[in-house]
Design a protein around this ligand. Structure first.
Ligand SMILES: [Zn+2]
Length: 203
């Protein structure tokens, strides 16, 4: 069983069920050649969700009923992804609207006396409840700060930072770190040339 969105970018998985939050972000189109946006249309989105939810059920030990999506859920899911991306990227700033609106969880005891939280609701709201549950859990366990998005704006994939001091900013420092540094140094060079040209014109 895979994390269907994350695995297409060959990324390090987040711990346990937090992988679901990472997987939602990684439905974004990224990579070279560009992978598909898995929330682009209903059939693709349903296939992604079936896979991710099966994996989440296995990670959390509580098998999940299928969440059946319809066309109306697509906008909700895309908004949710945008908000989760912003939340992970900023780590603390305003999480936006879709996440704070109308997701509900229920607490119950299993027959063997284990207290669990369960997502409630239909469609995208139920997906939002899974996300909120895992954000809550990760914040309690202090693994939340290790879930990150790549600082390269052309990449943006979500990776899990297992480094000792949690200092990673690129999903792959060779691939994305070098590319960004190269672009910055080219831009500086162009700027210098423009400055020199202006100097010549004035001089
Ligand atoms: Zn990257």
């Amino acid at each position: 069983m895979t994390w269907p969105a994350t695995d297409r970018y060959h990324l390090v998985h987040a711990d346990g069920g937090l992988g679901f939050v990472q997987d939602l972000i990684n439905t974004l189109p990224a990579g070279r050649p560009r992978e598909a946006d898995l929330l682009a249309e209903l059939e693709l989105t349903q296939r992604w969700l079936d896979g991710a939810l099966a994996r989440w059920g296995a990670e959390s030990g509580v098998p999940q009923d299928r969440i059946v999506l319809d066309e109306k859920d697509l906008d909700g899911l895309r908004d949710l992804r945008t908000d989760v991306y912003a939340l992970v990227r900023s780590h603390g700033a305003d999480p936006g609207s879709a996440l704070t609106r109308s997701v509900s969880l229920a607490a119950r005891l299993t027959p063997d006396g284990v207290a669990i939280l369960e997502p409630r609701g239909e469609g995208w709201r139920r997906v939002g409840a899974v996300v909120m549950l895992e954000v809550f859990r990760a914040q309690q366990l202090d693994t939340w700060r290790r879930l990150k998005t790549c600082r390269n704006e052309r990449c943006r994939v979500s990776f899990y930072d297992r480094s000792r001091n949690n200092s990673g900013v690129w999903h792959d420092s060779r691939q994305c770190g070098n590319a960004v540094n190269l672009r910055a140094s080219r831009a500086r060079k162009r700027q210098r040339q423009t400055d020199d040209a202006t100097q010549d014109a004035i001089g």
